[in-house]
Design a protein around this ligand. Structure first.
Ligand SMILES: Cc1cc2nc3c(=O)[nH]c(=O)nc-3n(C[C@H](O)[C@H](O)[C@H](O)COP(=O)(O)OP(=O)(O)OC[C@H]3O[C@@H](n4cnc5c(N)ncnc54)[C@H](O)[C@@H]3O)c2cc1C
Length: 362
């Protein structure tokens, strides 16, 4: 199967399953020259993913596919009753110019409905890095952060599905202990779990995969002066109701695109417009700047074009921990790559210079 006929390729994707398709989508958005091949001549007829997690829907919504999928996918899903149980993960996700993602990198029991979801998220993590490096807009070391960030997620998944599978098969067995647990323990414990908002929140964050974070990655930085409160570098940007041109938007839909988003939160009159213009010019291929303010009437003194987002309910500032001025750099996969407080751009510029200076060669 061939999606694009091109003479020169930047990336060859082997396998047109959910992972390969998600990667192709990401790379295509960045204008990267790709070819997607599969050993099968036609698409698979059966669905192997009944559960699409919230984080995957969020990613698909970035390319306007979330709602159509939610409307269609579950209705057409077929039930598969026989499958082979595999449990393994590759020691590395990268060898030179070859990257592994999805089931090629980690495979486990379907319990918990995580395989496809994790594959799509691998692809989203890798896609923008590959694209920027292929374009010469990012330091090639950025590609090392793919394995550093996604390998631990795959390892955790293997452990979780292994335990969940054993619990599940144990619970449905005919052994006396299993029968007693079903009859006596479960009816007493489950109502407490369902009734506790805290447990429900924790369970949702875990199952939805919205709580996955990369705080230990070398590619994310807590800048100076330190920001207190809000998502840390390596965390997923939280959602909140915001306004753009008077229309309600969600940050993940409004700002994520084939670029890194610089969110300047706080009074727009306080930013140094001249410095910001220079910054925007220097990184114009990579960075798009957004001003996030409390009121629609706040005027921006910045001479260059800055997209404005308005937090009229205060929900955005509360979730981002904004007290005075705060800078968030949000990656194309919706994660915070850098953050700091205050109006000075020194720390931000050091981060951008390290990872996104132009003229990088791969
Ligand atoms: C019964 C069952 C239920 C499941 N339910 C869920 C669920 O609810 N939620 C969930 O998230 N996951 C679920 N999964 C897991 C999910 O189906 C997989 O994790 C997902 O399909 C992996 O996607 P992938 O693109 O990485 O790999 P695949 O879907 O396996 O796609 C790989 C593609 O690569 C092609 N290929 C392989 N080798 C080559 C080669 N050498 N050259 C060219 N092409 C090649 C194959 O033909 C295939 O098209 C379920 C799995 C099963 C078995």
């Amino acid at each position: 199967m061939c999606m694009l006929q091109v003479d020169v390729l930047d990336v060859l994707i082997v396998g047109a399953g959910p992972t390969g398709l998600a990667l192709a989508t990401q790379l295509h958005r960045f204008g990267v020259r790709i070819r997607l091949i599969d050993r099968l001549r036609d698409r698979a007829r059966e669905s192997r993913a009944l559960a699409v997690q919230a984080r995957s829907l969020e990613l698909l919504q970035m390319v306007q596919l979330g709602e159509p999928l939610a409307a269609r996918g579950l209705a057409t899903a077929g039930l598969i009753t026989r499958f082979h149980l595999h449990h393994r993960q590759t020691a590395h996700y990268r060898k030179g110019r070859v990257f592994l993602a999805g089931d090629a990198a980690h495979i486990h029991s379907p319990v918990g409905g995580r395989g496809m979801n994790t594959g799509i998220q691998d692809a989203w993590n890798l896609g923008w890095k590959l694209a920027l490096v292929a374009r010469g807009s990012a330091d090639p070391r950025l590609l090392d952060s793919y394995e550093a960030e996604r390998w631990p997620v795959g390892r955790f998944l293997l452990r979780y599905t292994d335990r969940a599978f054993r619990t599940f098969t144990g619970a449905i067995s005919n052994r006396p202990l299993a029968a007693w647990t079903r009859r006596v323990v479960a009816p007493r414990v489950l109502p407490h779990i369902v009734a506790s908002p805290r447990l429900r929140r924790a369970l949702f964050a875990f199952v939805s995969e919205l709580a996955v974070r990369y705080r230990r990655s070398a590619a994310v930085v807590e800048g100076e002066p330190r920001q207190v409160g809000g998502p840390r570098a390596g965390d997923r940007l939280p959602d909140a109701h915001l306004l753009r041109h008077g229309r309600a938007v969600w940050p993940h839909e409004a700002i994520t695109g084939p670029h890194i988003s610089l969110l300047l939160c706080g009074d727009p009159r306080m930013w140094d417009g001249r410095r910001l213009t220079q910054l925007g010019e220097r990184y114009r291929d990579v960075v798009r700047i957004y001003g996030v303010s409390k009121g629609a009437s706040d005027a921006s003194p910045v001479t260059m074009r800055v997209d404005s987002l308005v937090d009229d309910h205060g929900e955005g500032f509360a979730r981002l921990g904004v007290q005075g001025a705060t800078q968030y750099l949000v990656r194309p996969d919706g994660y915070v790559g850098f953050r700091c407080s205050g109006h000075r751009f020194d720390s931000l510029e050091r981060y951008l210079e390290t990872w996104f200076a132009r003229g990088n060669k791969f």
